[in-house]
Design a protein around this ligand. Structure first.
Ligand SMILES: [Zn+2]
Length: 247
């Protein structure tokens, strides 16, 4: 029977059974096993993998494994400098857009708050999420590794953290989002871009105390909500500040 030796690096180990973490182990190969198939059979969603080396050479997910192969599997942003090597995914997504699974409503809201187009609906089923990801080129955010193994999903992030504020930090770090953030430019409810609203027009639609105190307003054309730079706004800014580049 054909066997190959595997070694997974950094946080990819979290997906393995404990006995296989942080060490080389050998594994029987399925017949005509492609790299991606074997990696997922061991529990690691392909979306978590940035680089695969087989016998020291980078290869793509379709590479067939043979008896005696040594397979090293790396996540995103592993300390090893992998830029000169060919990565498993040829096409980085040009614009960063997300679709969050039904359990990540808090994170979806925080991403919108940071200005990242994020679809979320707590009725989304896995198949719908995979379809949206493929047709709209969105990055899937999920804590469900089975969802991330779906073939249609080319770009996804397994979210390790449990609390939404920590999840936001995790995604910012993994995808290096700090410089692309545009805080407070999207409606938190509709994911629609906000547009500036003239103070005189806004004045008629907000409480008098707000109208007299604030000068800058913006509105969402989908739901009609009006946003101003009040205490809620300041709390959001304070929360985002540590994640953003110093200005
Ligand atoms: Zn809205």
């Amino acid at each position: 029977m054909a066997t190959a030796t595997f070694r997974f690096y950094e946080e990819l180990n979290d997906f393995l059974v404990p006995a296989r973490r942080r060490q080389s182990f050998s594994c029987t190969l399925a017949r005509a096993a492609a790299t991606k198939h074997m990696i997922e059979a061991l529990g690691v969603p392909h979306t978590e993998v940035e680089l695969v080396l087989v016998n020291g050479e980078s290869c793509d997910f379709d590479r067939q494994l043979r008896d005696g192969d040594r397979v090293a599997v790396y996540p995103k942003f592993e300390a090893l400098d992998i830029t000169p090597l060919l990565r498993v995914r040829e096409h980085p997504l040009r614009t960063v857009r997300f679709v969050a699974d039904a359990h990540l409503g808090g994170l979806a809201r925080l991403l919108r708050m940071s200005g990242f187009d994020t679809l979320y609906d707590n009725h989304f089923e896995d198949r719908a999420i995979a379809e949206i990801a493929a047709t709209e080129q969105r990055i899937v955010l999920s804590r469900d590794r089975e969802l991330l193994k779906r073939r249609e999903i080319t770009h996804g992030c397994y979210v390790h953290a449990q609390r939404s504020a920590l999840q936001l930090r995790e995604i910012f770090e993994r995808l290096d989002l700090a410089r692309s953030a545009r805080p407070l430019t999207l409606c938190l409810h509709c994911n629609t871009p906000l547009r500036p609203l003239d103070a005189a027009l806004a004045g008629a639609r907000v409480p008098p105390a707000v109208a007299s105190r604030y000068r800058r307003f913006s509105t969402c054309d989908s739901c009609g909500r009006i946003y101003w730079e009040g205490s809620h706004w300041r709390r959001m800014r304070a929360m985002l500040a540590p994640l953003l580049p110093a200005s």
